[in-house]
Design a protein around this ligand. Sequence first.
Ligand code: SF4
Ligand code: SF4
Length: 338
Amino acid sequence: MKKIIAREKLPELWAHLSEQGPLFLPIQDGPVVLFQPWFEGAEINLDAVNSAVSPKDLFLPREETFMHYRCSGKQLEMTPVEPGEPVTAFGVHPCDLKAIELLDRVFLGQEPPDALYQQRRENTTVIALSCSAADPFCFCGDFGVDPADAPGADIMAHLSDDSMLFESRTEKGAALLEQAGDLLADAPEETFSREAVQTADFNLQLEGLAENLKDRFDDPAWDQLYKSCLGCGVCTYVCPTCYCFDVEDFGHEAEGERFRCWDSCMYGHFTEMAGGHNPRPERKERVRQRFLHKLQYYPEIHDEIACVGCGRCLRSCPVNLDIVQAIKALGGEKIEKR
Ligand code: SF4
Ligand code: SF4
């Protein structure tokens, strides 16, 4: 099903969608764009290259309580948190959709699946938006992402100067378009096409990289690569494919809640054990872990590199230590044929 709406009518559509449940979209928030719930007067920025933080927190929130507990004598009462109402995510770029697919393999590809993640995925209708611009840090093309298409979306949307086109890809997507009623018109068959945006070419050699890295755990390149890292963890927080979390209890013996929150392998305490031993005591081990997880360990299990080339770690790292630097330092650079 293909539908179209004039660009100036989009606020009406957003108001309508937000009446059905929380509507998250890229909202200009001071100098940055963040996925936030729609509100009257919000400055929606559909032309932004990328949100500062990826929309992964729609499925894996920064922190969430997943159980309340109460103890009385020998009685223990545990109350799981019920899933929230259906959500619409509007304007997710293809790289971030690809990242969600990589997270699906972790959270849904196990038995049993992660219940909270699964509920959020099922409860969310994702409207993907093709990219109208790329900056010098976008290199999604290296990972097979097409900035003009997101195969995993419920609806694929394209924005032009005067209109927005929607194409449903799933039943959930078609239901949302149907439900918008007269706000959307049937799109003509010859709908507009967008000029492909040009993404960066860092000349990366990714084929065989995971296999080659097996022999490079003790490579001297790591001794140089890690040195500038501040251990701030920004790279892991903005990255759409980082998914490590911590689980803690908050409360006391009689009553409290169990929650989880994002954690970062770049922090010293991340692997500290109860007895005080830490298998990754220095930044070198932590930097190596972050990059090997994406470039070797994840591909060994899922046959794909856990990076989508969104460029966020390139934009955000205060010392320019990013995944492109790591790939190049470890020999993943193409040798040009003469
Ligand atoms: S690589 Fe950069 S962003 Fe990541 S922890 Fe180190 S300094 Fe921070
Ligand atoms: S490693 Fe960097 S470029 Fe790759 S997905 Fe994460 S933030 Fe984006």
